[in-house]
Ligand binder design. Sequence first.
Ligand code: BDP
Length: 602
Amino acid sequence: MEKEMLYPVINACRTEQKLDGMWQFKFDALGVGGHEHWPAGLPQAQEIPVPASFNDFFTDKDSREYTGDFWYARHFFVPAAAQGRFVGLRFDAVTHRAAIYVNGQLIRRHEGGFLPFVADVTAAVHYGADNLVVVQGNNELSREALPAGDTVTLKNGKKMARPFFDFYNYSGINRSVHLLTLPQQRITDYTVNTTLTGDAAQVAYTVATTVPGTVTVTLTDAAGTVVAQGEGAEGTLTVAQPHLWQVRAAYLYTLTIQLQAAGQLVDEYQDSIGLRTIAIRGHQILVNGQPVYLKGFGRHEDSPFAGRGFDQNVEAKDVALMAWTGANSFRTAHYPYAEEVYQMADRAGFLVIDEVPAVGFKMAAASFLGGLDQSFFGGDWIKPLYTKHLDQITDMIRRDKNHPAVLAWSLLNEPDTCDDRSVPYFKQLFADTAALDPQRRPRTFTLSEDDTITTSKDLQFPDFYLLNRYPGWYHYAGYALSDGEAALRAELDQWASSGIDKPIVFSEFGADTEAGLHKLPSVMWSEEYQVEVLQMFSRVFDSYPFIRGEQVWNFADFQTVEGTMRVNGNKKGIFTRDRQPKAAAFYYRQRWLALPLNFKND
Ligand code: BDP
């Protein structure tokens, strides 16, 4: 069960019940919970919503900034009919680490705040009776963990998170919790991989099960008509005249997998899949063999009240706003998002660059936030960090590999690739992840401004380049913007003369902007200035044929640590944190609706 990542479904063989709602909650600054038997129940707890980050529900700063152990608990009922079945508690995400206790017994631990895990509670629950789940969470940051940071202790004894990254360390049970009952003999995973030949699609599939048995797979179209069937745990489905999944014109088929043992149906799983191919060819990003130009955003899971807690209302609004701007893609900066986000992207036809929380792997970034001057890849934390990094990439790919929306894997954000010591790390990482995705999607990482064609030591690894660039903001700002344009062109001229044979996508660029601040002529922080910076980038993008995408930083304003560089968060949003447009949103709507999908190839 350790690595079963299938999203919960309900059918004749499987049940799931969401355990969302109000849970008991308690901080444990002194680390006494273990000795004081909190696994058996939380004394004098308060109520807090799940799923949500706990931080913004508090009115005192010690609680909002709390760093350390925290506990959640709730009762749940397991029906008698579940006896003999596999019973699990699936946590879609607990940030950053968790120990799960049921009826006082430790079931398992998990590390990694943005990916799901299942606690096998089959032997620990009372059937036909009430049960208690207690979660011991921890949100400390360290250099040995993802995302990277430090935890410091203030003179008053309180711990404080010092992230090496630019987003608030929102913590808690950030996504749903499900009570699953599954057959013991069951489907544990499946993969699909489409190729297109002539006017047919071949969908190669594999199905993993707990026991050998007879596997059948059935593919039905959106009208419910069966279009292909296969037998066996692996095989190929051929779909004549397939209705392809296209960018912003999604079409989904339903894949139904059945497992029979001794002539009896024992398990069934169904999912929506899209038929499409992805490839990189020269400067082109190809979907179904056709070049696409990416337009869209770097995003965050971030909203008022729930923090990083998944909220389908926010996501539904974001999807509508992205569509309104004419966007066709986004990057899940800087961690894998809730599974519902990918499901919605599958249906809306957005391409997703899926990123693992390998962020803060650079001391210069840390020094911008706190002042550290050391080599990141030279540190003694690198070995344990690597193990966790690989583990989280493995889980992310296992979780998201069948989504048609997923275009590429981003394995790191702005690591220090100018350091020779990064090279063995990258070599190993790209070797160890090469075969994880059955679809062999492109793998990449973002390059910070320090990492250029002349300085980066790791440009041989990615399948295409993601550049994060901030002329007009962190340098060449304000009236010097024209020099920023010249510097950006000079840099891109260097890439051009290198004979670059891969696409470049600009994965970050932008300017902090206070919504409602207007000024003619512009000043930094005004809506007018943000538009001028973004227009400058558009001019540059349009001048270089190998630039095949633009994802502006950021979709919306988001919360960060407090500091001299941030006014209650990062304000580079095209939308405000409550999802209202700044002038730049209208600018992009005008630009992107006019740019053809095959821009630069027509
Ligand atoms: C980049 C980071 C991103 C920041 C952004 C910024 O990748 O997380 O939020 O800069 O400074 O370096 O706005």
